[in-house]
Design a protein around this ligand. Structure first.
Ligand SMILES: Cc1cc2nc3c(=O)[nH]c(=O)nc-3n(C[C@H](O)[C@H](O)[C@H](O)COP(=O)(O)OP(=O)(O)OC[C@H]3O[C@@H](n4cnc5c(N)ncnc54)[C@H](O)[C@@H]3O)c2cc1C
Length: 420
């Protein structure tokens, strides 16, 4: 069986590795002329780290990512509201990693080239459309360098081509633009001093107005006694309108984001100084798409953001793409007919991920953070003066809706790695 994967992001590359492990041949095409370590930080949840570890990449991840130990919420004055352990500290056998998206992508790319061969990834190749006849899929591809149109024939086609997926557009013609929830995000990475315990994911403020998420993402920096700080600033303005399409590479401006955080100088971190020290700022709207009732048509299916783009709440974008890849390879390898394998994959994944897309829209943790800002608009001395213990516990419950597999289930369920 030969599989054509459109998109060499986290999802597409993990799919290629998983198929290879299952004895299935794969070719990956990507429209980027050169794959470069783009993006800023993302989080890989323990269930995704388990999969990448079973693909033999555990040491590589440990060499670059930070094993996140706790998540801590603050109000916009830096007052501590709540903290909860993460990863191994929650009892999982695998850590949660905060990691640079581009470094993760390059790690996966190196593994694909080493294991599948240097011709397994074809860059500068734009997928333009497909036809299928029940036994094969023919993809129309454009070579960007020469401007030449060509075709590639495969037994299966996988659309791992992200938010603006061309494969999805053909499977679901007429779908409108991604949905924006009114929140603008500025993102950046800058080196600084470690804060809190050095391995915390900190959230300050709430989406009622302004929110800042900060976490360290580099083991190399940690070894030097420093921290590579990844930050995401989220701002919601009344009456704001979106004029551009969502583009992960759009440059943002310090003067646009700094005013919302100008006095957010806390004893645990100086936010305005961190923003001002950032050399490259990116801007992105918080968008997703409505859940689909179908990912698969015959021998074509969707995976990762192409199938289920979601708000970056609860560290799920990259993690769910990794899980898709593993389940897809597992189902394809054991099905007599590839179309049945794709349906098996969709059956296991689609409804489960669609529930996460909707849970992310609900932003459940934010409701209680907004309550804090309403009851204590000028900050607080002790959080117990503001929230009842039961109210505080709703934050933990909120993250369980979007982020966590049950610890025991993840630790004990069978592996997707083919046995023997
Ligand atoms: C450049 C970039 C930067 C990002 N930065 C961040 C970030 O900072 N923070 C964050 O949370 N998430 C970021 N993301 C999104 C994040 O990678 C995904 O949410 C998650 O990892 C799932 O990945 P995916 O493989 O499904 O899709 P993606 O990572 O989006 O990968 C899709 C791939 O498909 C390729 N592609 C698209 N259309 C075509 C086509 N027609 N033909 C051929 N190839 C095509 C793209 O070049 C891309 O490499 C970024 C994505 C990209 C592409």
């Amino acid at each position: 069986m030969r599989v054509l994967i459109v998109g060499a992001g986290i999802g597409g590359l993990t799919t290629a590795l998983s198929l290879h492990e299952a004895g299935v041949e794969a070719l990956v095409v990507d429209s980027a002329v050169r794959l470069r370590p783009l993006g800023v930080g993302i989080n890989l949840l323990p269930h995704a780290v388990r999969e990448l570890t079973e693909l033999g990449l555990g040491d590589e991840l440990a060499g670059i990512g930070i094993p996140t130990a706790e998540m801590v919420h603050f109000d916009r004055y830096g007052g501590r509201i709540w903290a909860e352990p993460r990863g191994r500290e929650l009892g999982y056998k695998w850590p949660q990693y905060s990691i640079h998206r581009g470094e993760l992508q390059m790690t996966l790319l190196d593994a694909v080239l080493a294991r599948l061969g240097k011709d397994a990834v074809r860059t500068g190749t734009v997928f333009e459309g497909f036809e299928q006849d029940g036994t094969q899929v023919r993809a129309r591809l454009l070579d960007r360098a020469s401007g030449t149109a060509g075709t590639a024939t495969a037994d299966v086609l996988i659309g791992a081509d992200g938010l603006h997926s061309a494969v999805r557009a053909q499977l679901h013609p007429g779908e409108t633009a991604p949905r924006w929830n009114g929140i603008r995000m500025w993102r950046g990475v800058t080196e600084g001093e470690p804060f809190l315990n050095g391995r915390a994911l900190a959230v300050a403020g709430s989406n009622a107005a302004s929110k800042m998420v900060v976490y360290p993402i580099s083991m190399r920096a940690e070894r030097r006694g420093r921290a590579l700080l990844n930050w995401v600033a989220e701002v919601k303005l009344a009456g704001d309108r979106l004029n551009d399409t969502a583009d992960w590479n759009r440059t943002g401006r310090l003067e646009d984001v700094l005013p919302y955080f100008a006095d957010w100088t806390f004893d645990w971190l100086d936010i305005p100084a961190m923003l001002a020290a950032t050399t490259e700022i990116l801007e992105y709207p918080m968008v997703d798409r409505d859940p689909l009732d179908r990912w698969t048509s015959g021998r074509v299916t969707l995976l990762g953001d192409a199938a289920h783009p979601m708000y970056p709440i609860g560290s799920n974008g990259g993690s769910q793409a990794v899980l898709d890849a593993r389940v897809l390879a597992h189902e394809l390898a054991r099905a007599a007919d590839p179309a049945d394998g794709l349906l098996g994959y969709e059956h296991e994944r689609r409804e489960a991920v669609n529930r996460i897309v909707l849970a992310c829209r609900d932003m459940p943790a934010d409701r209680i953070l907004q309550t804090v800002s309403e009851r204590a608009p000028r900050g607080f001395d002790a959080i117990e003066d503001v929230l009842e213990p039961a109210e505080l516990n709703t934050i933990a419950g909120a993250y369980r809706q979007t982020s966590f597999s049950d610890v025991e289930t993840l630790n004990t369920r069978p592996s997707y790695t083919p046995s023997g």
